[in-house]
Design a protein around this ligand. Sequence first.
Ligand code: NAP
Length: 311
Amino acid sequence: MSKIYDVIVLGAGPAGLAAGLYAGRSRLSTLIIEKGQDGGQIAITNEIENYPGQVEGDSGPSLIARMTEQAKHFGAERVSDTIKSVELEGEVKTLHGVKGDYQAKAVIVATGAFPKPIGCKNEGEFVGHGISFCATCDASFFEDFEVYVVGGGDSAVEEAMYLTKFARKVTIIHRRNELRAAKSIQEKAFKNPKLFFMWDTVVDSVEGDGMLQAMTVKNTKTGELTRIEADPDDGMFGLFGFIGYNPNSALFEGILDLENGYIKTDENMHTNIEGVYAAGDIRVKSLRQVVTAAADGAIAAMQAEHFLSHK
Ligand code: NAP
């Protein structure tokens, strides 16, 4: 451990890479630490239609590759390591990784949040090939197809209603016989003529030849298994999972203020510790998208620059 960076950015998804770009461009010595592959959830998104200026048909990984290159171009250094613990109080913050320790005067946490998997057999094979966790991102790919939504909370019901604008028919698969969603949301859902419900049911397994074409669902009360096949004219259907998110915030428990596992910030991305910012899906916010993550990253980096220049 020799260098004390101006800024360490933890996580190389859109928020972290935007933070790295803005910090580097502000001539702050910047280190981006990522434990896996760049991009977070975007790395598994085939096509992104709703990032402003995105080239039609361009993939998530290709957008991320350009963001990575841009951050590098402005001087952000990179290291691949898993951070195991953090010391964030005081003027110099220390991040303890598996490969080494890293220090900086400001830290931007951009560790993201990941949708909980549906939990059925073969799920991994069909993520991005019929299975999705983001209606805003993928609804338009299912224009006039049949779509199934797993979950019974506010997200599942609201996203299912959004999906009815695109899909021919949307069926909510819920493990109980009543929704968890707010009553006001339920009332709207029950009036929606394109929305159907499959109660006391979970998805057991999914199958298909490249694209999702069939699934087996299980009745949670009787254990009965039922096979559902795509309409032969469609050849495929969509399956969206909205059963909650897992924020990557375990490192910060008892250190940063959290709400349901998400880091609380003000509108300028400040956490409860001076010089520590949070950006992107890891923070408490209403819309988790690439465009909002990138914006958070930019704001956090500029706030760090302001903080360091006024010290
Ligand atoms: P949530 O409220 O935790 O609901 C998760 C749903 O998924 C529940 O219905 C749950 O079933 C089901 N579920 C959980 N694990 C499952 C599993 N392994 N298999 C099958 N089903 C499973 O999550 P959320 O809907 O994402 O909402 C998260 C928070 O954001 C909530 O506080 C919500 O109020 C808020 N939110 C608010 C709005 C809004 O106000 N417009 C919109 C979206 C989200 P059970 O019901 O049986 O537990």
